[in-house]
Design a protein around this ligand. Structure first.
Ligand SMILES: [Mn+2]
Length: 267
Protein backbone atom coordinates (compact mmCIF):
# COMPACT_ATOMS: atom_id res chain seq x y z
CA UNK A 1 0.00 0.00 0.00
CA UNK A 2 1.37 3.40 -0.96
CA UNK A 3 1.75 6.14 1.62
CA UNK A 4 -1.51 8.05 1.16
CA UNK A 5 0.07 11.28 2.41
CA UNK A 6 2.37 11.47 -0.61
CA UNK A 7 1.47 10.15 -3.99
CA UNK A 8 3.06 10.20 -7.42
CA UNK A 9 2.07 13.23 -9.46
CA UNK A 10 -0.03 12.12 -12.43
CA UNK A 11 -1.93 13.82 -15.21
CA UNK A 12 -4.93 12.28 -16.95
CA UNK A 13 -7.22 13.32 -19.76
CA UNK A 14 -10.98 12.77 -19.53
CA UNK A 15 -13.30 12.83 -22.50
CA UNK A 16 -16.61 11.13 -23.35
CA UNK A 17 -19.55 11.12 -25.73
CA UNK A 18 -17.40 11.42 -28.83
CA UNK A 19 -20.03 9.45 -30.80
CA UNK A 20 -17.60 8.49 -33.56
CA UNK A 21 -19.53 7.25 -36.57
CA UNK A 22 -22.60 9.41 -35.91
CA UNK A 23 -22.27 10.85 -39.42
CA UNK A 24 -21.22 7.68 -41.24
CA UNK A 25 -24.59 7.27 -42.93
CA UNK A 26 -26.57 9.86 -44.81
CA UNK A 27 -24.90 13.08 -43.75
CA UNK A 28 -22.19 13.44 -46.35
CA UNK A 29 -18.47 13.23 -45.92
CA UNK A 30 -17.86 16.81 -44.90
CA UNK A 31 -19.72 16.60 -41.62
CA UNK A 32 -18.07 13.26 -40.91
CA UNK A 33 -14.61 14.69 -41.58
CA UNK A 34 -15.34 17.66 -39.33
CA UNK A 35 -16.50 15.34 -36.56
CA UNK A 36 -13.37 13.20 -36.86
CA UNK A 37 -11.25 16.35 -36.75
CA UNK A 38 -12.70 17.13 -33.33
CA UNK A 39 -11.40 13.86 -31.96
CA UNK A 40 -8.01 14.41 -33.58
CA UNK A 41 -7.88 17.67 -31.60
CA UNK A 42 -8.73 15.85 -28.37
CA UNK A 43 -5.75 13.57 -28.94
CA UNK A 44 -3.63 16.60 -29.86
CA UNK A 45 -4.45 18.18 -26.48
CA UNK A 46 -3.51 14.97 -24.67
CA UNK A 47 -0.15 14.80 -26.44
CA UNK A 48 0.53 18.51 -25.94
CA UNK A 49 -0.34 18.30 -22.24
CA UNK A 50 1.79 15.20 -21.86
CA UNK A 51 -0.88 13.18 -20.05
CA UNK A 52 0.08 9.94 -18.33
CA UNK A 53 -3.21 8.24 -19.22
CA UNK A 54 -6.66 8.90 -20.66
CA UNK A 55 -10.16 7.80 -19.65
CA UNK A 56 -13.04 7.84 -22.14
CA UNK A 57 -16.33 7.68 -20.21
CA UNK A 58 -18.58 6.00 -22.75
CA UNK A 59 -20.37 6.64 -26.03
CA UNK A 60 -17.00 6.75 -27.75
CA UNK A 61 -18.74 5.19 -30.76
CA UNK A 62 -22.24 6.26 -31.75
CA UNK A 63 -23.46 2.80 -32.69
CA UNK A 64 -22.29 -0.72 -33.55
CA UNK A 65 -22.71 -0.26 -37.33
CA UNK A 66 -20.09 2.44 -37.82
CA UNK A 67 -17.92 2.18 -40.93
CA UNK A 68 -14.81 -0.02 -40.86
CA UNK A 69 -12.91 3.18 -41.60
CA UNK A 70 -14.26 4.74 -38.41
CA UNK A 71 -13.08 1.78 -36.32
CA UNK A 72 -9.63 2.05 -37.86
CA UNK A 73 -9.59 5.84 -37.41
CA UNK A 74 -10.47 5.43 -33.73
CA UNK A 75 -7.75 2.83 -33.19
CA UNK A 76 -5.15 4.91 -35.05
CA UNK A 77 -5.90 8.01 -32.98
CA UNK A 78 -5.78 6.10 -29.69
CA UNK A 79 -2.50 4.48 -30.72
CA UNK A 80 -1.11 7.98 -31.46
CA UNK A 81 -1.42 8.74 -27.71
CA UNK A 82 1.15 6.07 -26.80
CA UNK A 83 0.21 6.39 -23.09
CA UNK A 84 -2.57 4.15 -21.68
CA UNK A 85 -6.20 4.79 -22.68
CA UNK A 86 -9.14 3.19 -20.84
CA UNK A 87 -12.66 3.13 -22.28
CA UNK A 88 -15.69 2.57 -20.05
CA UNK A 89 -18.41 1.75 -22.58
CA UNK A 90 -21.75 3.60 -22.50
CA UNK A 91 -25.24 2.96 -23.81
CA UNK A 92 -24.28 3.73 -27.43
CA UNK A 93 -21.18 1.51 -27.44
CA UNK A 94 -22.16 -1.29 -25.08
CA UNK A 95 -20.26 -4.53 -24.59
CA UNK A 96 -21.71 -8.03 -24.96
CA UNK A 97 -23.52 -9.41 -28.04
CA UNK A 98 -23.09 -7.23 -31.15
CA UNK A 99 -20.62 -4.93 -29.47
CA UNK A 100 -18.82 -2.44 -31.67
CA UNK A 101 -15.66 -3.37 -29.74
CA UNK A 102 -15.73 -6.90 -31.17
CA UNK A 103 -15.50 -5.66 -34.76
CA UNK A 104 -11.82 -4.74 -34.73
CA UNK A 105 -8.83 -6.30 -33.03
CA UNK A 106 -8.13 -3.25 -30.88
CA UNK A 107 -5.42 -5.10 -28.95
CA UNK A 108 -3.37 -5.27 -32.15
CA UNK A 109 -4.26 -1.87 -33.62
CA UNK A 110 -4.11 0.10 -30.34
CA UNK A 111 -2.02 -1.88 -27.82
CA UNK A 112 -2.26 1.00 -25.31
CA UNK A 113 -6.06 0.63 -25.11
CA UNK A 114 -7.98 -1.19 -22.36
CA UNK A 115 -11.73 -1.67 -22.67
CA UNK A 116 -13.82 -2.35 -19.56
CA UNK A 117 -16.06 -5.24 -20.53
CA UNK A 118 -17.73 -6.46 -17.34
CA UNK A 119 -21.26 -5.17 -16.53
CA UNK A 120 -20.69 -5.77 -12.79
CA UNK A 121 -17.48 -3.78 -12.98
CA UNK A 122 -13.78 -4.47 -13.32
CA UNK A 123 -10.52 -2.75 -12.49
CA UNK A 124 -7.72 -2.00 -14.93
CA UNK A 125 -4.35 -1.58 -13.22
CA UNK A 126 -1.94 0.83 -14.89
CA UNK A 127 0.90 -0.57 -12.84
CA UNK A 128 3.75 1.62 -14.05
CA UNK A 129 1.65 4.68 -13.09
CA UNK A 130 0.42 3.42 -9.70
CA UNK A 131 -3.14 4.02 -10.96
CA UNK A 132 -6.23 1.80 -11.04
CA UNK A 133 -9.37 2.52 -13.05
CA UNK A 134 -12.63 0.84 -12.03
CA UNK A 135 -15.95 0.92 -13.86
CA UNK A 136 -19.04 -0.99 -14.97
CA UNK A 137 -19.87 -1.40 -18.64
CA UNK A 138 -23.24 -0.99 -20.26
CA UNK A 139 -24.39 -4.17 -21.95
CA UNK A 140 -27.54 -2.92 -23.67
CA UNK A 141 -30.38 -0.53 -22.96
CA UNK A 142 -31.24 -1.57 -19.42
CA UNK A 143 -32.91 1.47 -17.81
CA UNK A 144 -32.26 0.30 -14.25
CA UNK A 145 -28.51 -0.03 -14.76
CA UNK A 146 -26.74 2.00 -12.05
CA UNK A 147 -23.08 2.67 -12.88
CA UNK A 148 -21.78 3.26 -9.36
CA UNK A 149 -23.65 0.97 -6.99
CA UNK A 150 -21.77 -1.91 -5.30
CA UNK A 151 -18.36 -0.41 -5.97
CA UNK A 152 -15.46 -2.52 -4.67
CA UNK A 153 -13.13 -1.06 -2.04
CA UNK A 154 -10.17 1.00 -3.14
CA UNK A 155 -7.35 -1.09 -4.52
CA UNK A 156 -3.67 -0.88 -3.63
CA UNK A 157 -2.56 1.66 -6.24
CA UNK A 158 -1.97 5.22 -5.03
CA UNK A 159 -4.59 6.69 -7.36
CA UNK A 160 -8.10 5.25 -7.65
CA UNK A 161 -10.18 6.40 -10.60
CA UNK A 162 -13.81 5.54 -11.31
CA UNK A 163 -15.51 5.73 -14.68
CA UNK A 164 -19.22 5.53 -15.44
CA UNK A 165 -21.90 6.57 -17.87
CA UNK A 166 -25.33 7.82 -16.83
CA UNK A 167 -27.48 10.58 -15.35
CA UNK A 168 -26.47 12.33 -12.14
CA UNK A 169 -29.76 12.73 -10.28
CA UNK A 170 -31.03 14.17 -7.06
CA UNK A 171 -32.35 11.50 -4.66
CA UNK A 172 -35.78 13.12 -4.84
CA UNK A 173 -35.74 13.64 -8.59
CA UNK A 174 -38.50 12.41 -10.79
CA UNK A 175 -37.07 9.13 -12.00
CA UNK A 176 -37.69 9.61 -15.68
CA UNK A 177 -34.06 9.24 -16.68
CA UNK A 178 -32.20 5.97 -17.06
CA UNK A 179 -28.80 4.92 -15.69
CA UNK A 180 -29.03 6.70 -12.36
CA UNK A 181 -25.96 8.10 -10.66
CA UNK A 182 -26.48 9.60 -7.20
CA UNK A 183 -24.16 11.64 -5.00
CA UNK A 184 -24.18 8.91 -2.35
CA UNK A 185 -23.18 6.30 -4.95
CA UNK A 186 -20.18 8.42 -5.91
CA UNK A 187 -19.21 9.08 -2.29
CA UNK A 188 -19.33 5.37 -1.49
CA UNK A 189 -16.81 4.54 -4.20
CA UNK A 190 -14.12 6.41 -2.22
CA UNK A 191 -12.36 7.05 -5.52
CA UNK A 192 -10.13 10.08 -5.98
CA UNK A 193 -11.64 11.10 -9.29
CA UNK A 194 -14.71 9.91 -11.15
CA UNK A 195 -14.90 10.40 -14.91
CA UNK A 196 -18.53 10.70 -16.00
CA UNK A 197 -20.16 10.47 -19.40
CA UNK A 198 -23.65 10.72 -20.94
CA UNK A 199 -24.25 14.45 -20.48
CA UNK A 200 -23.02 16.61 -23.32
CA UNK A 201 -22.31 19.56 -21.04
CA UNK A 202 -19.08 19.84 -19.11
CA UNK A 203 -19.89 20.13 -15.41
CA UNK A 204 -18.54 19.20 -12.03
CA UNK A 205 -20.91 17.29 -9.77
CA UNK A 206 -21.03 16.83 -6.01
CA UNK A 207 -19.48 13.60 -4.77
CA UNK A 208 -18.58 14.41 -1.17
CA UNK A 209 -15.46 15.92 0.36
CA UNK A 210 -13.00 13.24 -0.72
CA UNK A 211 -14.04 12.59 -4.30
CA UNK A 212 -13.92 14.88 -7.32
CA UNK A 213 -16.35 14.02 -10.10
CA UNK A 214 -17.15 15.65 -13.42
CA UNK A 215 -18.74 15.21 -16.81
CA UNK A 216 -16.22 16.09 -19.52
CA UNK A 217 -19.02 16.88 -21.95
CA UNK A 218 -18.82 16.00 -25.63
CA UNK A 219 -15.96 17.32 -27.78
CA UNK A 220 -18.75 18.35 -30.10
CA UNK A 221 -22.49 18.39 -29.53
CA UNK A 222 -24.37 16.30 -32.06
CA UNK A 223 -26.76 17.97 -34.46
CA UNK A 224 -25.66 21.52 -33.79
CA UNK A 225 -22.94 21.68 -36.44
CA UNK A 226 -21.03 24.08 -34.23
CA UNK A 227 -17.91 23.93 -32.15
CA UNK A 228 -19.46 25.58 -29.12
CA UNK A 229 -18.48 23.88 -25.92
CA UNK A 230 -15.71 21.83 -27.49
CA UNK A 231 -13.51 21.09 -24.53
CA UNK A 232 -11.65 18.27 -22.88
CA UNK A 233 -10.70 17.88 -19.21
CA UNK A 234 -7.14 17.61 -18.01
CA UNK A 235 -7.09 16.16 -14.48
CA UNK A 236 -4.01 16.82 -12.36
CA UNK A 237 -3.51 14.36 -9.52
CA UNK A 238 -1.23 16.17 -7.09
CA UNK A 239 1.26 14.71 -4.62
CA UNK A 240 -0.81 15.91 -1.64
CA UNK A 241 -3.80 13.91 -2.89
CA UNK A 242 -5.72 16.87 -4.29
CA UNK A 243 -7.34 16.75 -7.72
CA UNK A 244 -7.36 19.77 -10.04
CA UNK A 245 -9.33 20.08 -13.25
CA UNK A 246 -8.53 22.28 -16.24
CA UNK A 247 -10.90 22.50 -19.21
CA UNK A 248 -8.90 22.84 -22.39
CA UNK A 249 -10.51 24.24 -25.50
CA UNK A 250 -10.32 22.42 -28.83
CA UNK A 251 -10.54 25.83 -30.53
CA UNK A 252 -7.65 27.78 -29.04
CA UNK A 253 -9.85 29.56 -26.54
CA UNK A 254 -8.44 30.12 -23.05
CA UNK A 255 -8.49 27.13 -20.73
CA UNK A 256 -10.95 27.20 -17.81
CA UNK A 257 -9.46 26.74 -14.36
CA UNK A 258 -10.97 24.31 -11.86
CA UNK A 259 -13.23 26.79 -10.09
CA UNK A 260 -14.49 28.25 -13.37
CA UNK A 261 -15.91 24.90 -14.47
CA UNK A 262 -19.66 25.00 -13.76
CA UNK A 263 -20.88 23.03 -10.79
CA UNK A 264 -24.38 21.78 -11.26
CA UNK A 265 -26.97 20.47 -8.89
CA UNK A 266 -28.38 17.02 -9.50
CA UNK A 267 -31.46 17.07 -11.73
MN1 LIG B 1 -25.02 7.99 -23.39
Amino acid sequence: MSDPSRRPKRRMMHTSDVHLGAYDYGSGGEQRDHHHERFIRVIDVGIRENVDFTVIAGDFFDNARVFEDTLQFAADQIARMKSPVVIGPGNHDHVGPNSVYDRLDFATHAPNLSILRVPEGETVALESLDVEVWGKSHTEQLPDFQPFTKSPPRGDAAWQIGVGHGHFIHPKALLHHSFHIREDHLMETERDYIALGHWEQMTRVSAGELTTAAYSGAPEGLGHGSTVGGRVLIVDLHEDGSVELTAHSLDDEPALAHNDIPYLEAM
